[in-house]
Design a binder for this molecule. Sequence first.
Ligand code: ADP
Length: 504
Amino acid sequence: MTDQNTQHPLAMLDSTRAFIAAPRRMLIDGEWRESETGETIDVINPADASVLCRVPGASERDVDLAVRAARRAFDDSAWSRMKPTDRERLLLRAADAIEAHAREFAELEALDNGKSAAVAEALDVSMAAQCFRYMAGWATKIEGSTVDASIPYSPSNAYFGYTRKEAVGVVGAIIPWNFPLLMAAWKLAPALAAGCTVVLKPAEDTPLSALRLGELLQETGFPAGVVNIITGYGRTAGAALAKHPGLDKIAFTGSTPTGKAIGHAALDNMTRMSLELGGKSPVIVLPDVDIERAAEGVANAIFFNSGQVCTAGSRVYVHEKVFDRVMERVAAIADSMKLGPGLDPSTQIGPLVSARQLDRVLGYIDAGHAEGARAIAGGARGDGTGFFVKPTVLVDTDHSMRVVREEIFGPVLVAMRFSDTDAVVKQANDTPYGLGASIWSNDLAQVHKLIPRIKAGTVWVNCHSLLDNAVPFGGFKQSGFGRELGRAALDMYTETKSVLINHA
Ligand code: ADP
């Protein structure tokens, strides 16, 4: 195990340095503003706990201004008169602009979230650009249907019916800190493709890439008020947005408890909602696997993004015939991973996002030990002032333990053995969550039998947490409702209007 922190300066672009050199402002109605209360939030570098810069802490009044601006932009601006092809063109330009600034975005994510800049550039940033490009295509393909009506109690008239898919209106979007730019893209791109306007609130821990995106969207030519970006705490700005009666829809990604609070607030105004929430995703390893390939897959499923992934494969069930060999190899991979700051190209595991998250994850590791679990890798904090946790593998675990039942959202894997397929299905589904799952095997018959029995929004086979803009994503059970990405995303940002015409 090698630990490292940011005692040495790491190279970054001049543009990245310039972006964090001054306090940032938030975007309301096409203008960059302070909070009207003057409140600010320190943005912390999780690799060394230093302050990177400051952003405004939006108040309820700031949120109200942003929602009103979005409403004006939706009701009577050039945006509402824009043709689908023009929206498509703007979204395509936004994709190009993200790509043109890929390295800068990756560095901002590394500084702000802690993740590897190299991985962020290859994954987060390219997927975000691709999301805008993919959704651009849908702007011109939003269609209703035609209906030949035969209304029995009005036989002498002739009716023609059709449906229109109309933009739902003003969208409030609240996003988490684990994939800041990508989550902003997942919300903005489909909403804008459908013709909505948006008030986006990034997480207080990671506001920088969303603010940089706001600048690029302005340069791209989105009219004032179409995209508003407010920075602020969840309990103040987030809560004010969720309960604002001026919203038509709220789109949220984050933890299940926060999602429930937002859902309750939204329901009071009958605000449409989509919620992408937590997970405790099972990884099932069948006995026919190649040990090395399965072990690498299991390790990636949990340690990618330091385990801060809603679909992280945080519970692994390995067939007893291969359990010892697979888990020994997973532990060796965990021990070999290099901890370090995201800007260091050799880093394999970055810090957790915040001191709060560090305490939370270490608390779970302690709870695991107290309940009888045994760490065969990691199990402790990394060295240095940053928020590092060593990649941890816990064995001797069972379903009575908190580490098995609750979402940890860190690099902590719990491993259990199984001998019988029915039993493993029961265990995999023994969770309030249902976001993702993976099965590792080349036994097609077994795999196809398992897929329909797993209660999860996505089942991966011989891979884990892979996403594609064309494949819908979302959760069963307490992992939320609604589907992002794919054609399904458009349904979340449109209302169906039915029209009946009497043409007798
Ligand atoms: P975490 O606890 O790990 O920060 P959350 O799900 O609470 O995860 O945070 C995800 C997003 O939800 C962030 O943008 C946060 O500011 C926001 N948020 C937190 N609490 C609330 C709330 N009560 N109402 C609205 N948004 C909230």
